[in-house]
Design a binder for this molecule. Structure first.
Ligand SMILES: [Zn+2]
Length: 257
């Protein structure tokens, strides 16, 4: 047994013996392998009035990249559950349809709170994700900024040469809605792209349960940004973060109990 695991076991035992002593046995944020272990991140308050404690940073990897425009701001912090969900989804799309990374825009600031350009994104449960897109030759295109698409899947100016990648975007949504550990409340996306995605899901023979979840989760906001150039995904509070973390809006049948 490596020394680190010995210390971990001791910490777990002490945590179990001293409930309420302030030590959180899940809060394993240091030492080798720490990123692979459950994290003590905490989402506080509401997505549009909240904070984030002991945040986890979403890093670039073989499967994930940061959208160039947002990279310098460094707002890539989320709850452990959200960061893990993004990594699982990116991995799954790459395994099924190799050749493209998931391009992420902003999550939250390291300690949460107001983030310029967003009403929400305040407590580590929101992420903006660029659409998967293809260039003129049909190859995956890693965007430097979000690009908007019309109902035919064609890029709008100045991105007329790009195409909405139906297959990968559907695989992404299918994974997000079916994930058992982080439950998705919303995937904001424009109505005309939602219809494309559901059509693609049916074409690919997706299970009815996945199609039904996708139908409920994908929403074009009634006011404000139409979301024709990116997905905005929000997950519910993790049960361990409640009641300090608060959910507002629809509680789907998969709301975590
Ligand atoms: Zn957003």
């Amino acid at each position: 047994m490596r020394p680190f695991l010995g210390i971990l076991s001791l910490a777990l035992v002490l945590g179990a013996l001293a409930p309420g002593a302030g030590a959180n046995p899940r809060d394993v944020t240091r030492g080798p392998g720490a990123r692979r272990l459950p994290h003590g991140s905490r989402s506080v308050g509401l997505p549009f009035d909240g904070r984030l404690r002991r945040a986890v940073e979403l890093r670039e990897s073989r499967y994930v990249r940061r959208v160039t425009e947002y990279a310098p701001n460094g707002n890539f912090y989320g709850t452990w559950e959200l960061v893990q969900l993004i990594e699982r989804a990116a991995y799954r799309v790459e395994r099924r349809l190799p050749g493209a990374k998931l391009s992420v825009g902003e999550l939250s600031a390291e300690e949460g709170g107001r983030l310029p350009g967003h009403a929400s994104h305040q407590n580590g449960r929101d992420v903006d994700i660029a659409f998967y897109m293809l260039d003129g030759r049909g190859d995956p295109y890693p965007p430097g900024a979000f690009a908007a698409f019309d109902a035919n899947g064609r890029g709008l100016a100045p991105n007329e040469g790009l195409t909405f990648d139906d297959a990968r975007n559907w695989e992404l949504i299918a994974k997000l809605v079916a994930d058992g550990d982080a439950r998705v409340q919303y995937a904001f996306v424009a109505r005309h792209l939602k219809q494309r995605l559901l059509r693609e899901g049916r074409r690919r023979g997706a299970p009815a349960s996945v199609l039904e979840r996708a139908e409920r989760v994908m929403v074009q906001p009634a006011t404000g940004h139409q979301h024709a150039n990116h997905f905005h995904v929000r997950i519910y509070c993790a049960p361990a973060d409640r009641p300090t973390c608060r959910d507002q809006g629809p509680r789907h049948p998969w709301y975590p109990r």
